[in-house]
Design a protein around this ligand. Structure first.
Ligand code: PEP
Ligand code: MG
Length: 572
């Protein structure tokens, strides 16, 4: 039998189910008789707080840093919650005014606080209810020493099955023996998910009531990617999954071993590997894959799948969240790139013969400065929370760059006038994804701080091949010598004119292209986070002198067939 939940930490595991039963503290209904009792109960509560803080401090001191920083951050939040004056005030008031004992006061105050967090609309905040419940459980354990802690040592290959897992359950658990987690509730941002990911333990959350199908000791196969749980599988299925497990493990080992390795060539050239992201969650995940920042935040994703434009405040919060998750690493925020295949239900796009050649991206923004300036102000405001850069998409001529910069200046002036701070030297760049921009890279370089080559569009416009058209997909070929020459020219002109050059199109993540791009002099690659380890592995085994020779050799070839065959042959 197979049941399904949300796969939140990838990996395949085969093991025995162990059902985690929680021992809950119950309300006693005791009514305190006099002031002396009140004083005793308040003292008991203060004592429990002190003991709980001590517990968490001990966990912090013995925390194994190799398990990732996330667990440590959660424990620090617990110290803040335990010493939160509001919780202490509410409990003391229930004891002194409502004459409840410390046990009942804590249960009620924590239940209210959990409810408050659960009702919050923000998914991240609402899952923080688990932290409040967790410190509540700890306080109760320290108040009533008869309620035992849940920390247990498990047999090898145990899969923990629980209604929910508190953050400290997950942190204090001896994961050397725990091979996976499955919970009834929770989502991607729940702590069980975060901790499981940082420890590399497969996890599935949000299984709902189907979880009751699993009995203690059942043999389970967990696929942390797809979210499938196979209960008591037959031998054939087990054998199949063992092979999957080995493959995944081999790939994961490579990924894990390279995370903190700098992407440096064998002759010592540092290459920056960035991630293309859609939001703050992606940024967090990307860092886990070793990304040194983001070379492309596709802001249009915030504008899609809704029924009205996001206002400045909502955009500010969105960009700020990304900046914070990047933790000081650079993030290139691309301004609105709608039109073409990216339609908005609430925006009146004109009917067009050729939408990809039509009213798109910067063209819309320059036509609608009212929309554009809101986005620019939001990005500028968020720039004080990290290292943001602004990038304009679909630039085809220098006037567009200048016009966009005029609106950016206007946004800065309005913020200055309102006394709002922002990064006054925020770098400004453009995407090079239209052939006219590529060919005039030397001229455009005078106007900006950086270029990012968008090979997805550069390829479609250079070759006159609609990137969405299945029928002509064979013609959509970034290895066409025409496309490669444009790319090489942009990199060369950028560097000659002291402009940083990166690439955020799909070609940056194609292992076949890595050596060639290195040979062209590209030093910044941005791609989907999961592709980073493989590209890094190629870079750290590459020699730049050899890459340059490969580039020269390829530039003499006359067809993509010859080029790709040659690249295939020389790639690791
Ligand atoms: C590109 O065109 O290469 C690019 C990265 O932008 P998008 O795919 O969003 O058009
Ligand atoms: Mg593009």
């Amino acid at each position: 039998m197979t049941i399904n939940g949300i796969g939140v930490s990838p990996g395949i595991t085969i093991g025995k189910a162990s059902l985690l039963k929680k021992q809950e503290a119950a309300l006693s209904g005791v009514v305190l008789a006099n002031d002396a009792d009140i004083t005793i109960e308040i003292e008991k509560f203060n004592n429990a707080v002190a003991l709980s803080v001590q517990d968490v401090e001990t966990m912090i001191n013995s925390y194994d840093q190799s398990q990732g920083k996330e667990g440590l951050e959660i424990l620090e939040t617990h110290i803040e919650l335990l010493t939160d004056p509001q919780i202490s005030e509410d409990v003391t008031e229930k004891i002194s005014k409502e004459k409840k004992n410390a046990n009942d006061a804590v249960i009620e105050v924590i239940a209210d606080a959990v409810q408050l967090f659960t009702n919050m609309e923000d998914e991240y905040l609402s899952t923080r209810a688990a932290d409040v419940q967790d410190i509540g459980d700890r306080l109760l354990r320290n108040l009533n020493s008869s309620i035992p802690d849940t920390t247990t040592t498990y047999e090898a290959d145990t899969i923990i099955i629980a209604e929910d897992l508190t953050p400290s359950d997950t942190i204090s658990m001896d994961t050397t023996h725990v091979a996976g987690f499955v919970t009834q509730v929770g989502g991607r941002t729940s702590h069980a998910a975060i901790i499981a990911r940082s420890r590399g333990v497969p996890a599935i959350v949000g299984c709902g009531i189907t979880l009751t199908e699993i009995k203690d000791g059942d043999l389970l196969i967990l696929d942390g990617q797809s979210g499938a749980i196979i209960i008591n599988p037959d031998q054939n299925t087990i054998d199949q999954y063992r092979i999957k497990q080995d493959n995944w493990q081999a790939q994961n080992n490579l990924l894990r071993s390279l995370k903190d390795t700098p992407a440096t060539t064998t002759d010592g050239i540092n290459i920056k590997l960035f991630a293309n992201i859609g939001d703050a969650n992606d940024m967090e995940q990307a860092i886990g894959f070793g990304a040194e920042g983001s070379g492309l935040l596709r802001t249009e994703l915030l504008f899609m799948g809704r029924d009205a434009l996001p206002d400045e405040e909502e955009q500010f919060e969105f960009y700020k969240a990304v900046a914070l998750k990047a933790k000081g690493k650079p993030v290139i925020v691309r301004t609105l790139d709608i039109g073409g295949d990216k339609q908005l239900p609430y925006f009146n796009f004109p009917a067009e013969q050729n939408p990809f050649l039509g009213y798109r991206a910067i063209r819309i923004c320059l036509d609608r400065p009212d929309i554009f300036i809101v986005q620019l102000k939001a990005i500028l405001r968020a720039s004080t929370f990290g290292r943001l850069k602004i990038m304009f998409p679909m630039i085809s001529n220098i006037q567009e760059v200048r016009a966009a910069k005029v609106i950016l200046q206007q946004a800065k002036d309005e913020l200055s006038k309102a006394g709002i701070t922002f990064d006054k030297n925020i770098p400004v760049g453009i995407m090079i994804e239209i052939p006219s921009a590529a060919i005039t890279a030397d001229l455009l370089a005078k106007e900006v701080d950086f270029f990012s080559i968008g090979t997805n569009d550069l390829c479609q416009y250079t070759l006159a091949v609609d990137r969405m058209n299945e029928q002509i997909k064979e013609l959509y070929d970034p290895y066409n010598p025409g496309v490669l020459r444009l790319i090489a020219y942009v990199i060369d002109q950028g560097h000659k004119n002291n402009v940083e050059v990166g690439m955020c199109g799909e070609l940056a993540s194609d292992p076949k292209a890595t050596l060639l791009l290195l040979g062209m002099g590209l030093t910044e690659f941005s791609m989907s986070a999961a592709a980073i380890p493989e590209i890094k592995n190629i870079i750290i085994h590459s020699d730049l002198t050899k890459a340059k020779q490969i580039h020269s050799h390829i530039m003499e070839m006359d067809s993509s067939t010859a080029i790709t065959a040659y690249l295939q042959e020389i790639t690791l």
